[in-house]
Write a protein that binds this ligand. Structure first.
Ligand code: GLU
Length: 450
């Protein structure tokens, strides 16, 4: 059977790191099924039933974030285009007596809750709406009072599912309020359309945050009420910051910010694919390797710690492996494959490539030399001009100067590096010098010797 997963963001804001993690995991599950030949689909479902809060620019940002990460959906749906279907399915629930009309205001409901709590009872909706007669409804209608609708939970059937992460789950419907599914103005709350869509789209696996566990308890009954078998459910523990707390910053840390700070999609994917498992985060794995090894059973129930320093470290490690073709479009104009190979091991972010490319093609500004260093560099000019530049010029240059001056270690290398690159640290000189080339090297050494 084909595995169908979905990512269902509400376009009422930008995606943050936690949403992206959920999207990635759903993508990985579908990808794994594609790779093992059973077939998989990853759907993007825009949950935009809330017309007042949904925004088109957020929809576009969601698409752009997924595209940046390479999480291409196999289909996209929008709830706002599916109201006819919701209406039809709702009519079935009305006919089956699984939804009922209510009129309480928010204040009245609040009061009912307080009274229940005061009596030591659970604050569950008392189903007063179910006791209303057709005459009562007619009277409300005559007074221009429109009802909102609740889904009637079946108190007699136990709600159970085997959660892919949390294990066996059990809820007593009698301990839960019948959820409001439709407002008095006819608009939909999240709960029912989501189930209707999951059925209609053939979703086989719902993976989302553990903040949805109680929604799932209700939705399990909605699937049954609509004559469908519920999909497999899994709820992942939420992300917390490195300090172990839910931080405001983490809740709002978005893709744009990560992108601007130089985080590569590969790094984010490598980290988020494993965060929450005890498996090591490895920089070298391809997404398909991550998909093949992805297993919900590896995830624990404890909150997963997201550490930005770990991400930065991973980003560096991944950059050191990225092939030229992958980054060519983002490198400074004219930068060659050999230059990329030379500087790649020194990068923490791709943006730093520009500074090293400047070091290679110049001009560079070396610090002034003291007389002794200047004399040494003058010898280096002669040596550099006499080298065979086709074979390991740095090794030749340093060997010649070592023999001629008796210098070694830092005294041998550092003045050369400073004169040739303008800075005291950087990529291997053995890799840089051939790229700088004879003419520029001689000129730079000469300038620093002057
Ligand atoms: N729109 C819901 C949310 O963003 C979707 C939850 C779900 O995956 O069903 O929380």
């Amino acid at each position: 059977m084909t595995t169908v997963t979905r990512f269902a963001p509400s376009p009422t804001g930008l995606l943050h790191i936690g949403n992206i993690r959920t999207a990635l995991h759903n993508w990985l599950i579908a990808r794994k099924a594609q790779l093992d030949g059973t077939g998989g689909k990853f759907l993007l479902r825009i949950d935009d039933t809330d017309a007042a809060r949904s925004r088109e620019d957020y929809v576009e940002a969601i698409r752009a974030d997924l595209a940046w990460l390479g999480l291409h959906p196999d289909g996209e749906e929008r709830q706002s285009a599916r109201f006819e279907l919701y209406e039809r399915e709702f009519a079935r629930l009305v006919a089956d007596g699984r939804v009922y009309r209510c009129y309480e205001t928010a204040q009245e409901l609040d009061l009912k809750r307080k009274v229940a709590l005061g009596r030591g009872l659970p604050p569950i909706y008392d189903r007063a709406g179910m006791a209303l007669t057709e005459a009562d409804h007619a009277a409300r209608a005559a007074a221009s009072e429109a009802p909102h609708w609740r889904f009637k939970l079946d108190h007699d059937s136990a709600i159970e599912w085997n959660d892919g992460i949390r294990g066996a789950q059990h809820f007593a419907a009698s301990q839960m309020s019948d959820p409001v599914i439709r407002r008095a103005d006819g608009s939909w709350l999240y709960m029912l359309p989501s189930v209707i869509d999951d059925i209609d789209m053939g979703v086989t696996q719902v993976l989302r945050g553990e903040d949805h566990v109680t929604n799932t308890a209700v939705q399990v009954q909605m699937f049954t009420a609509l004559g469908a078998t519920p999909p497999a459910f899994a709820h992942e523990a939420l992300l917390v910051g490195a300090e172990g707390k839910l931080s405001k910053r983490l809740g709002s840390l978005g893709m744009a910010e990560l992108r601007e700070s130089g985080i590569e999609p590969e790094a984010l994917i490598a980290l988020l694919a494993r965060l929450g498992t005890s498996d090591p985060v490895e920089p070298a794995l391809s997404v398909d390797d991550l998909a093949t090894s992805f297993d919900l059973a590896r995830f624990g129930r404890a909150p997963a710690r997201f550490d930005e320093t770990e991400l930065a470290r991973l980003n560096g490690a991944i950059l050191h492996h990225l092939p030229f073709e992958r980054v060519a479009g983002q490198l400074p104009e004219g930068m060659t494959q050999a230059a990329w190979a030379a500087i790649r091991p020194n990068l923490a972010t791709l943006a730093e490539a520009a500074a090293w490319w400047q070091v290679i093609h110049g001009p560079v500004e070396a610090p002034p030399s003291d007389p002794e260093t200047a004399a040494y560099l003058a010898q280096a000019v002669t040596a550099a001009a006499a080298l065979d530049w086709s074979a390991e010029p740095w090794q030749q240059l340093t060997a010649m100067l070592k023999a001629a001056t008796g210098r070694k270690g830092k005294d041998l290398f550092l003045p050369l590096r400073l004169a040739l690159t303008g800075v005291a640290h950087g990529p291997e000189m053995a890799a840089l010098l051939p790229l700088i080339g004879c003419e520029a090297a001689v000129a730079r050494l000469g300038k620093a010797a002057a």
